[in-house]
Design a protein around this ligand. Structure first.
Ligand SMILES: Cc1cc2nc3c(=O)[nH]c(=O)nc-3n(C[C@H](O)[C@H](O)[C@H](O)COP(=O)(O)OP(=O)(O)OC[C@H]3O[C@@H](n4cnc5c(N)ncnc54)[C@H](O)[C@@H]3O)c2cc1C
Length: 173
């Protein structure tokens, strides 16, 4: 398998095609990662949520990491990591344009609001809508492809039974 560093434009193209991401944040040093839908726009990823632990985490520490990938096989895959910071977009006049842009992009996916609004019966919470964006500080992408000249190693040998090991010791080679 060969691993290639993706160019920034390749990372941008991959982000533009992806919608499901893994969003990693932290609280008091404990990492927390959840799947979320995000949409890519220039230097931002826009998302929609309701109140809950990930929002608590990002309010406490806005630094986040976002992962997207496309795995065709063990030898053929692509993965992009985005390092950035969380910005909530409350319903205020100065956020009007950013919220409108987020809504315009997110609503391209049918029922775009639904995953954020499903309430677990053990974790009741407010359903007040939260639009947010991740400012992209930097990103890296790796793409793997099968190595045409790679010699695939033989599978590990089956462990020999006690009998065959004992016979191996006493029988002539
Ligand atoms: C395909 C997909 C797309 C999604 N898209 C979105 C989206 O766009 N926006 C959005 O807000 N949510 C989305 N979700 C749901 C998201 O993954 C979280 O479950 C949800 O947002 C609640 O997260 P929270 O931090 O607010 O948890 P809380 O409601 O505060 O949950 C409390 C506890 O439940 C556990 N928990 C929470 N989420 C999960 C999980 N996914 N798996 C296992 N344990 C969990 C954690 O231990 C957490 O501390 C999506 C889920 C999937 C599977």
């Amino acid at each position: 398998m060969l691993i290639h560093e993706m160019k920034i434009q390749e990372c941008r193209d991959a982000l533009a095609q992806a919608s499901l991401a893994r969003l990693a944040c932290e609280m008091d040093g404990q990492p927390y990662a959840v799947p979320v839908y995000l949409v890519y726009d220039g230097n931002y990823l826009f998302g929609f949520s309701t109140l809950g632990f990930k929002i608590d985490c990002m309010r406490a520490n806005p630094l986040v990491c976002v992962e997207i990938d496309d795995v065709k096989s063990q030898h053929e895959w692509m993965c992009v990591l985005v390092f950035g910071s969380y910005e909530e977009l409350p319903d205020t006049p100065e956020n009007e344009a950013a919220r409108a842009r987020a809504h315009e992009l997110l609503k391209k996916r049918a029922m775009w609001w639904e995953p954020a609004c499903v309430v677990h019966r053990d974790y009741p919470r407010s359903l007040a809508p939260i639009f947010y964006r991740i400012h992209i500080d930097r990103m890296t992408g790796h793409r793997a492809s099968p190595d045409p000249v790679e010699v695939h190693p033989a599978p590990p040998a089956k462990p020999r039974s006690l009998l065959s090991r004992s016979l191996g010791r006493v029988l002539p080679k």
